[in-house]
Design a protein around this ligand. Structure first.
Ligand code: AMP
Ligand code: GLY
Length: 443
C-alpha cells in the first residue's frame, strides 16, 4: 500500500517488499469494503482503487466516481491507470457481462463471464442445470405464461415459493402460504411486472423447511475451494419477522454446517456444480455462493450467487488466513488446486446498522460519530455500506449503513463483542436487529 492510505482500525499496515500490483474493486457496499480491506493486506498490492466505493473504502483505497454498470468508463480507467487486476463485487455487472468486456480488452479481471454468471442471473437456468446434473434442490416448474402458472397453482400444495427468473435486488422471491396469495404473486410478478423483465419467466418451487447456510467458494473453471460457512439473517425484524432485506447480520462458522453436511455437499453439490458448468461450455471462474437449506432429507441448493455474499463476506474474510490476491490469481490462471485455503479456528459475527425504515423508505444524510473507536482494536471491524463523505464528515447514505464485525474465540464471544461494538457508533435513526446469532444458542 502507498503511504497516504493507511488502514484505520481494521488492521495494521505492513511492509510489503513485493508490493507492485494495482487493484481495482468494482462496487460500493459492505462486501466491497471487506474485500478492499482484505486486498489491502496482500503482500502483492501497492495501490487499491474502488469504483464507486464509499466513505469507509475511501480510507484504504482511492475511490473513483464511476458506476458499476459503466463498463466502457471502467475499462478506460483500468487502462489509463495500468490496473493489474480488477475484482467485481456485485451481481449486476457480472450478469451484464463486464468480465467479457474487460477480457476483450486484454485486462485481467476476477469474476465469471456472462455465460457463467447466468448461474445467478437466471433462476430457471440454475434449476434446469441442477435437474440435468442431479444436484439436490427443491422440485419446481418454470412458466412463461401467467395463465399456465395460475392453472398449475390450482393443483399444487401450499405453501409454495414463486421466484422471478432474473435479478430483482434479492427481493424476487415470494413465499406464499395460500392459493390466493400465490395467485396474487403470479399477477404481481408476471402481469404487473413488479420486478420488470425479471418476471417474464418465473420458477414455482416446492417450499422447503430447514436451516439456511451460506457457503462461499473460489472456483477456477475446474477446481473449487470451499471457504468457511456462514449464516445470514434476511428479514428486517427480530424473530425473522418483517420484510426481506439484503441481509441484517451474519455469523461464521455455522454450527449447523456439520462434518456430515460438508461431506454430503462435497459429494453431491460443490464439484458437481463446477463440472456441470464446464460440461455446458460455461466454465465458471470466480466466486460461487451456495445458498443451502439443510432439510430433513439432507442439504438442498436454495440458490446460487455468482459473487461474494453481503454481509457473509464481512464475517468470512476476517477469518481467512490466505493472501486473497494470490487466490484470485489462481482462479484466473486455473491453478486453484495448488492453493490451500486456511481459516482461523475462531468465530465472527456481523451486525448491520441500518437506517430505520429499511428496506422501505428511510432518511439519509445523518452524521455518523464514534467510528474512531475501532482504531487499533484488534478483532473489531467497521465495514461501511451506505456511507459517504459530505463536507469532510461521514454521513449515512443508504439503507444498510455499517456492518459491525467482531471476532471471538467462539460464536458467543464474537456475538457479545459485536453487539458491544454496535454501541460505539451513533447516527440518527440507527436501527439494528437484536437477535443476530440467536440460533447459536440452539446449536
Ligand atoms: P433467494 O433469493 O433465492 O435466496 O430466496 C430468498 C429467501 O427465500 C431464502 O433465503 C429463503 O429464506 C427463502 N426461500 C427461497 N426458496 C425457498 C424454498 N424453496 N423453500 C423455502 N424457503 C425458500
Ligand atoms: N446475503 C445474501 C446475499 O448476498 O445475497
Amino acid at each position: 500500500m502507498d503511504n497516504d492510505k493507511i488502514f484505520h482500525g481494521n488492521g495494521a499496515s505492513r511492509k510489503k517488499t513485493e508490493a507492485i500490483m494495482k487493484v481495482l474493486i468494482v462496487g460500493s457496499g459492505g462486501r466491497e469494503h471487506a474485500i478492499a480491506w482484505k486486498v489491502a493486506q496482500s503482500k502483492k498490492v501497492s495501490q487499491i482503487y474502488c469504483a464507486p466505493g464509499n466513505a469507509g473504502i475511501e480510507q484504504i483505497a482511492t475511490c473513483v466516481p464511476i458506476g458499476a454498470m459503466e463498463f466502457e468508463k471502467l475499462v478506460t480507467f483500468a487502462k489509463e491507470n495500468k490496473i493489474d487486476l480488477t475484482i467485481i463485487g456485485m451481481d449486476d455487472p457480472l450478469v451484464g457481462g463486464i468480465v467479457d468486456v474487460f477480457e476483450a480488452e486484454g485486462l485481467r479481471v476476477f469474476g465469471p463471464r456472462k455465460n457463467a454468471a447466468i448461474l445467478e442471473g437466471s433462476k430457471a437456468f440454475s434449476k434446469d442445470l441442477m435437474k440435468k446434473y442431479n444436484i439436490p434442490t427443491a422440485a419446481y416448474e418454470t412458466f412463461e405464461s401467467p395463465e399456465e402458472a395460475l392453472q398449475y397453482l390450482d393443483t399444487a400444495n401450499m405453501p409454495i415459493v414463486l421466484k422471478a427468473d432474473g435479478l430483482a435486488l434479492g427481493k424476487g422471491v415470494l413465499i406464499c402460504n395460500t392459493l390466493e396469495e400465490a395467485k396474487e404473486g403470479v399477477k404481481s410478478l408476471m402481469l404487473d411486472k413488479q420486478f420488470g423483465s425479471a418476471g417474464n419467466k418465473i420458477v414455482v418451487e416446492e417450499f422447503m423447511i430447514g436451516r439456511e447456510v451460506s457457503v462461499l467458494s473460489f472456483v477456477d473453471g475446474e477446481h473449487i475451494k470451499i471457504m468457511t460457512s456462514a449464516q445470514d439473517h434476511k428479514r428486517a425484524k427480530d424473530g425473522d419477522k418483517g420484510l426481506n432485506t439484503g441481509g441484517m447480520g451474519t455469523f461464521s462458522p455455522s454450527p449447523f454446517y456439520t462434518k456430515e453436511v460438508d461431506e454430503f455437499c462435497k459429494k453431491y453439490i460443490y464439484q458437481a456444480t463446477v463440472d456441470a458448468m464446464k460440461a455446458e461450455n460455461r466454465p465458471f471462474k470466480g466466486i460461487i455462493f451456495f445458498g443451502l437449506m439443510l432439510t430433513e432429507s439432507g442439504p438442498r441448493v436454495l440458490e446460487y450467487n455468482a459473487r461474494f455474499g453481503d454481509p457473509e463476506t464481512q464475517v468470512v474474510l476476517p477469518r481467512m488466513k490466505n493472501d486473497i490476491v494470490e487466490v484470485f490469481e489462481a482462479c484466473i490462471d486455473g491453478t486453484l488446486d495448488t492453493i490451500d485455503l486456511e481459516f482461523e479456528d475462531n468465530a465472527a459475527v456481523c451486525v448491520v446498522l441500518a437506517s430505520d425504515g429499511y428496506p422501505e423508505s428511510y432518511e439519509k444524510g445523518f452524521p455518523i460519530t464514534g467510528l474512531e473507536a475501532f482504531e487499533g482494536q484488534d478483532g473489531y471491524y467497521v465495514f461501511h455500506a451506505g456511507t459517504k463523505l459530505s463536507d469532510g464528515n461521514i454521513v449515512t447514505n443508504g439503507g444498510r449503513v455499517l456492518g459491525i464485525t467482531a471476532k471471538g474465540n467462539d460464536l458467543k464471544e464474537a456475538r457479545e463483542n459485536a453487539y458491544k461494538a454496535t454501541e460505539w457508533v451513533s447516527f440518527e435513526n440507527k436501527y439494528k436487529r437484536n437477535d443476530i446469532g440467536k440460533a447459536i444458542d440452539e446449536a
